[in-house]
Ligand binder design. Structure first.
Ligand code: ZN
Length: 70
């Protein structure tokens, strides 16, 4: 199945800016034929300050629920 979108808080690994984005933990393209652009947005974020693109898979969730590079 495809997970519903989840709101997450990300700390940019480049500039340290903290911002909100959304994420889907899993996507099943057999059930939900999203296009590549959508899949890219659902599994990565772009910092609004410095435009650094972060892949969610590279992040860990801290106890304070901020997603950042470990
Ligand atoms: Zn940034």
């Amino acid at each position: 199945m495809t997970s519903p979108p989840e709101e997450i808080v990300i700390r940019c690994p480049e500039c340290g800016h903290v911002y909100k984005d959304w994420h889907r933990a899993s996507i099943n393209l057999q059930l939900d034929p999203f296009d590549d652009d959508y899949v890219d947005k659902a599994t990565s974020s772009t910092c609004p300050r410095c435009n650094c693109k972060v892949n969610h898979e590279a992040l860990i969730v801290r106890p304070n629920e901020i997603w950042e590079i470990g």
